[in-house]
Ligand binder design. Structure first.
Ligand code: VGL
Ligand code: ZN
Length: 210
């Protein structure tokens, strides 16, 4: 069975000192690097949050709103974030300690200012595809391993979409970290991923049975 490692949004803005810093987010980097170096994956795929400056998921683009407020954006509930991952800025770059190797594929998301895209597969209205599922199908990949940031947003939605699309989906628990706007959001995200057919495992379990 062909396997892909999906590295979700390991970008400067989600890492230490970034605009939307995920607590201990940097700790995923050595774990992901080890998985990549193990050479057990047929494909390495990275998703990249890639927003225009006027993106409506930014609190700064709304009057009288602050970070973490919730609004309805074109009919969809939207958390308002600090400005982050603006196209071609340093914050949008992959962290420089992340070692994706020399053969990896990038899928960018969140380009449309009117809609957010937490999942690496679809925008939040579940209509526009990033091209990731077509890519996986074309290359006959059946099993995807999900890593990266953040457990309670982009990791969760990417994993659930992967499972719904029929891929065998495994979430590497020590290779993800959450935003946790509310304390147990990451725990709830793991439960939700399980409920949707994702398997949760550790990087050790993957590397030991090599
Ligand atoms: C993410 C919030 C906003 C993520 C992206 O990568 O989890 N979270 N944009
Ligand atoms: Zn974003």
């Amino acid at each position: 069975m062909k396997k892909a490692l999906i590295v979700v949004d390991v970008q400067n803005d989600f890492c230490e000192g970034g605009a939307l810093e995920v607590k201990n987010g940097n700790e995923v980097i050595p774990v992901i690097n080890k998985l990549i170096e193990s050479n057990i994956f047929d494909f390495i795929i990275a998703t990249q949050d890639w927003h225009p400056r006027n993106h409506k998921s930014f609190a700064s683009n709304h009057k009288n709103k602050k970070v973490y407020d919730e609004i309805k954006l074109n009919g969809i509930t939207q958390v308002l974030w600090p400005d982050h991952c603006i196209q071609r800025t340093k914050g949008a770059k992959f962290h420089n300690e992340l070692n994706l190797g020399n053969n990896y594929f990038v899928f960018k998301k969140g380009k449309n200012p009117e809609i957010d895209s937490y999942s690496g597969f679809y925008e939040n209205d579940h209509k526009t595809s990033t091209g990731l599922k077509e890519f996986l199908r074309k290359h006959k990949i059946e099993e995807v391993y999900i890593t990266g940031l953040a457990t309670d947003y982009c990791v969760k939605f990417t994993a659930i979409d992967a499972a719904k699309e029929g891929f065998k989906t495994l979430v590497v628990k020590d290779a993800v970290r959450g935003v946790n706007i509310t304390k147990n959001d990451s725990q709830l995200a793991f439960e939700e991923m399980k409920k949707n057919g994702c398997k949760i495992l550790s990087s050790k379990q993957i590397l030991n049975k090599k």
